[in-house]
Structure formats: structure tokens, C-alpha cells
Design a protein around this ligand. Structure first.
Ligand code: GCB
Length: 598
């Protein structure tokens, strides 16, 4: 056993040392960059034949009469980037294997310039080659990564080649089975980032959790250069400051101002910029504090009740992954219309457009890594992979003031290995970001002595407990919903992170009593009952119905109603409002009126 673990550890070390992607610099959208989006040439490679002697990455095209090269990219065969491949060609609808992508570009190098290729996300494995050389690999479908190509780039005819493979893997994160569509491909923007020799690699600007007029943070250079002046400008706050780096290339931010705080009602954001030696970054920064006090969640020091909804990163009408600002607007506007002040973005980090749309429109966010049911916790590489994903998403979004919760898992069954991994992840999240709350969605509740009891030793390690329960759908009500009581040994806030049931829009089968009828009325009953129960849970501080909109999932193979869709949406896949939508909306309107919320 020990030697298995040691082997896993060594493999992991080797992976990092040799050819693993770099953790991405933050805020690529605020930097000097250009998009490499558009049509990329592609080769579909179901058996991964291009890895061996056919060596697709060598990018050989036959020219002379006797060049017998069969496996070249052909200009006509293209797919769009960003975008999943499954939704782009009918023959790729259920495809789970490799596609090779190629993009050529010219580049006029600037003086003292450095160049990076940055991927917003590639699902699931990306092997990246540039001008015939392997740059490295990235594993994980929802987090960004980059490679530096300064020394490899030419003025013309650069070839960037990526093998993308979306096979589900036993020791992957997520693992073999999950309840959403396995969209593969280069699913988010690809950027070429240009920096100067010295540039700001990372920064954090935020409110001191204990002083609402104190801005704290840091800026960090890519190299350990002392004495460099970094300027910080936030014109609306009359901030124009210079801070100086120490011998680690690190400088702290420490400023006093009268600040208008970010709230769901007034999501105030300030334009900000950072600059070092003509390398500059722009951002929009909001200021708020988020804490727990006993069973309360405090936003800017005041108790807040989270009126949420769960969202998958999918545009159901297009049957594809959401990847653009326009897609983000559709999803976020629906949540706003429902009356939300909060969204749970499941079950993996969503694209930056969505987080920013939510921030601009006043929605607090729960972000999650895909440590989902069925993870192979005993596998020696799994913990390290999960930790890396957590680091990648915290790194990416630590300046988004609307992100209040980092979720380290969803519905994982207790075991020694699982507990160890989750506790490590919860501690890691706190270490990386002590200013936000840590959570996980659990489903280990049991009915005992007339009460629902929260049962999971890992609950001790999170700030906020998420519970997914499906009374009325997967399980019956233990007793009359109004009488169901909840008890907790933890003096912590609870969010009902999932509840709901399936119905087909406009399905009027006149039964409100039979779950298997998939009728709207049956689900209305579930929602009414849930709401009755919520009113009796004193430590409940938020609810998130499952789910905003019907979503595709191959495991949903019931052939009359589901047909490949999870039908628990408050909206149909065409965006029609089901009856349950109106029940939730009325509840949220009532909560707003009661002023239990901000
Ligand atoms: C859950 C999972 C979610 C599923 C949902 C369902 O508990 O967290 O991913 O889609 O239930 O519909 O069963």
C-alpha cells in the first residue's frame, strides 16, 4: 500500500517537472492579449492513432510526388474554437475520444516581449505542441493553463497543435460517471498574451475583513526582482499609488479610503489598473466582506439569506457548452428574473464570463470543483489532481468579490480516503484564501427520532454546510413536511444546495400524486412542501433549487420523458417556465418582502 502511494507521488512529481502546463497568470482578459479563436483545422482520431508513428503533431504535409504522408491537417476540416466538438458535427454527438486541433498564426515580435499561449479550458486532457515541440499536458476540463513560447515563436507560419481527449477516466476528476453531458474540446477562449520581460503575474485587491475602509492585497512579479515600482490606480477612489517590490518580487497593498461596498442591490465595481514598466493590467474590483457568525452568513456584516439556483454551464437550446459573454447573460438573466441574489455554479468551475456577469448583476457565487460522486479516492493521484484544480480556480477568481464560497465536493460517500481528501481540500482552500467561506454539498442526512440529522464527519471542516436532499422525488417524506424538523450538532449555517423533481414542460397528465408521471403538478407539490419545511429550519441560510434549466445527461435514459435530459429544470430546454418556477419566484418575492435578506 505504502509503495503504491509512493509510486503515485513520484508520478505526480515527474508530471510536474516534465511537461506539465503552467498555472495560468490571472486576468487574461485585462492584459495585452489577442484571441486565437475561430476555425481550427481538425483531425478526428477515435483510436488515438495519431499519437504513435503517425505523429500528427509533426504536422507534415505531402508536397512532392513521392511524399506518402496520409495523416495531415486539411484546411477544409475545421471546428470552431471556443466550442465543444460534440455539438458541432452530428457524428461527434456522443463522441468520447481524441480530436487533434491546429491553428497557424504569424507574429511580429515586440522588443523585450514575452509570449504565452493561454487556454481558458480544454476538456479533459490537452497535449499541446508548438512548432513541432511538445509544450506539455494539462488535465482537467474546467480550469485555465498556459505555456510560454517566447523562444519558439517565429514571424510566420507558427503551428499550434493540441490533442484533446474527453474520455472519462476512472481516476479523473470527475470520474467515470456524472450526471451532465461530457462535452469535449477546446471549450473556452484561447489567448496569446504579450508581456514585457518583467510583468505582474498575480495580484489580489480586496477589503480588509475587519475594516471596511481598508483595502489590502498584493502584487507579485513574475520574477524575484527587488525595488520595482508597481503603480495602482483606482481613479474613482482617487487612488494613484506606487508600491515597491521586495527581494521576492512581491509588494503589499495597504490603503485607506471611503468605499462604496458591493451588495446584490448595488453591485458597485471600480475600474482599477496595475502597471509595472509599461506592462499593465486592468480590472473591475468590488469590495465586500463575507463571514459566518454561528449559524448566520454575514455579507458586509449583515445577515444574508441566499436565494439561489443551481446552474450548469450549458446552453440547452443550442445543446452545447456555454462559452461566451452572450451565453453567460442568458443564464444569469434567468437567475435574476427568478429573484436570486446567489447562484451555485455546478459542478465544476464555470467560464470567467459567467462569474463576471454575476458580479456585474449582483449575484453572489458558489464555485465548485468536480469532486463529484464516484471519485476514485483510493487512487494515489486523485488527491493531488483535486488540489491542483482547487488552486487553479482560486487563483483565477480570487479578485471576484461576488465569489463567496469555495465548494470542495458534491455528494461523495464517506470513507477513510474520501474523508482525508476532503479535509485536505477544505484546509487547502482556507490556506489559499482565508477571506472566503469553504463548503461542500453533502447528502448524508438521516431521519432519526423524528428529526433529520446532519451526519458527516467532514462537516466539521467547512464553514457552511450544503445539503442535497430530494424528498418527494428520490425518497418519500418521513412525515408531514411542515412537521419535518432538522437538527445539527454543528453551530454552522446550512444551505439546502439541491432539492426538486422531474417534470416535462406542459405535461398535464392529471396527477399530482405519482412521481413517475413527470407532471408539472407533481413537482409543484414537491416545491410547496420543501418551502413549508424550510420555514422550520432555524439554521437554514440559503436554498438552491435543482436546477435552473433542463440539461443534457446521457445517464437520463428514461425513454418517454427524459430522452437524454435531466428534467428537473424550473425551465424547459427551450426556456419555457414550468409551474415550479412560479412557486420558487413567489417564495423569493416573499423572502425579499420579509427583508430577511439584503
Ligand atoms: C444530485 C446531484 C446532481 C444531479 C441531481 C439529480 O444530487 O448533485 O448532479 O443531477 O442530484 O438530478 O439527481
Amino acid at each position: 500500500m505504502r509503495s503504491k502511494k509512493l509510486l503515485g507521488f513520484l508520478l505526480f512529481v515527474i508530471m510536474f517537472k516534465f511537461g506539465y502546463a503552467q498555472t495560468s497568470m490571472i486576468n487574461v482578459y485585462g492584459r495585452n492579449s489577442e484571441l486565437l479563436n475561430g476555425k481550427w483545422e481538425t483531425i478526428i482520431d477515435p483510436f488515438d492513432a495519431g499519437i504513435g508513428w503517425r505523429a500528427v503533431y509533426k504536422d507534415i504535409t505531402p508536397t512532392g510526388k513521392s511524399d506518402f504522408v496520409e495523416y495531415s491537417f486539411i484546411k477544409e476540416n475545421t471546428l470552431n474554437v471556443p466550442g465543444d466538438y460534440n455539438s458541432q458535427l452530428p457524428e461527434l454527438t456522443y463522441y468520447e475520444s481524441s480530436v487533434w486541433y491546429k491553428k497557424t498564426f504569424n507574429y511580429a515580435p515586440g522588443k523585450n516581449e514575452r509570449l504565452f499561449i493561454h487556454f481558458g479550458a480544454v476538456n479533459y486532457i490537452a497535449d499541446v505542441y508548438f512548432n513541432g515541440k511538445k509544450l506539455g499536458r494539462h488535465e482537467g476540463g474546467f480550469t485555465p493553463f498556459q505555456f510560454e513560447i517566447t523562444d519558439l515563436v517565429k514571424e510566420s507560419g507558427n503551428a499550434l497543435i493540441v490533442r484533446v481527449n474527453n474520455s472519462r477516466v476512472k481516476n479523473g476528476i470527475p470520474g467515470f460517471g456524472f450526471d451532465w453531458f461530457n462535452y469535449g474540446g477546446i471549450t473556452r477562449d484561447v489567448h496569446l498574451i504579450k508581456t514585457k520581460k518583467v510583468f505582474i503575474d498575480d495580484y489580489k485587491i480586496q477589503l480588509d475583513p475587519d475594516d471596511k475602509s481598508h483595502i489590502i492585497g498584493y502584487a507579485k512579479l513574475n520574477s524575484e526582482l527587488a525595488g520595482q515600482k508597481i503603480s495602482i490606480e483606482i481613479p474613482e477612489l482617487k487612488i494613484s499609488e506606487k508600491i515597491v517590490t521586495d527581494n521576492k518580487g512581491f509588494a503589499t497593498i495597504n490603503l485607506k479610503r471611503k468605499i462604496q461596498l458591493w451588495t446584490p442591490e448595488q453591485p458597485k465595481l471600480y475600474n482599477a489598473s496595475l502597471n509595472v514598466e509599461n506592462d499593465s493590467i486592468s480590472d473591475r474590483i468590488g469590495f465586500r466582506t463575507i463571514k459566518v457568525n454561528g449559524t448566520q452568513i454575514l455579507l458586509n456584516g449583515k445577515p444574508v439569506f441566499l436565494r439561489g439556483v443551481n446552474i450548469h454551464e450549458e446552453v440547452p437550446q443550442r445543446r452545447s457548452r456555454a462559452y461566451s459573454d452572450a451565453d453567460a447573460q442568458v443564464l444569469i438573466n434567468w437567475a435574476k428574473e427568478l429573484g436570486c441574489n446567489f447562484v451555485r455554479l455546478v459542478h465544476y468551475p464555470h467560464n470567467e464570463y459567467t462569474i463576471k456577469q454575476a458580479e456585474e448583476k449582483g449575484l453572489m457565487v458558489w464555485e465548485e470543483i468536480p469532486v463529484y460522486q464516484g471519485i476514485d479516492f483510493p487512487d494515489s493521484t486523485v488527491k493531488g489532481k483535486a488540489e491542483l484544480m482547487l488552486k487553479e480556480v482560486i487563483n483565477r477568481d480570487k479578485n471576484r468579490c461576488n465569489v463567496i464560497l469555495w465548494s470542495v465536493a458534491n455528494e461523495t460517500g464517506p470513507s477513510k480516503d474520501r474523508d482525508k481528501t476532503l479535509v485536505a481540500l477544505a484546509k487547502e482552500a482556507k490556506l489559499l484564501d482565508p477571506t472566503r467561506l469553504v463548503t461542500a454539498a453533502f447528502n448524508n442526512v438521516s431521519y432519526h427520532d423524528g428529526k433529520m440529522e446532519l451526519k458527516d464527519s467532514v462537516m466539521k471542516y467547512v464553514d457552511v454546510i450544503g445539503i442535497n436532499e430530494y424528498m418527494g422525488w428520490y425518497t418519500d417524506w418521513a412525515k408531514n413536511p411542515e412537521k419535518v424538523e432538522w437538527s445539527s450538532d454543528f453551530n454552522k449555517p446550512l444551505i439546502m444546495s439541491e432539492f426538486g423533481g422531474e417534470s416535462v414542460y406542459n405535461n398535464k397528465i392529471d396527477t399530482a400524486v405519482k412521481a413517475s408521471a413527470w407532471s408539472e403538478d407533481y413537482v409543484v407539490n414537491i416545491y410547496n412542501n420543501q418551502i413549508k419545511m424550510f420555514k422550520n429550519i432555524p439554521f437554514l441560510q440559503g436554498v438552491c433549487p435543482w436546477v435552473l434549466v433542463d440539461f443534457r445527461s446521457p445517464v437520463r435514459m428514461q425513454s418517454t420523458y427524459q430522452k437524454g435530459w435531466n428534467r428537473k429544470g424550473l425551465l424547459s430546454e427551450q426556456g419555457d417556465k414550468k409551474k415550479a418556477w412560479f412557486v420558487m419566484k413567489a417564495y423569493y418575492d416573499e423572502l425579499k418582502k420579509m427583508n430577511r435578506i439584503q
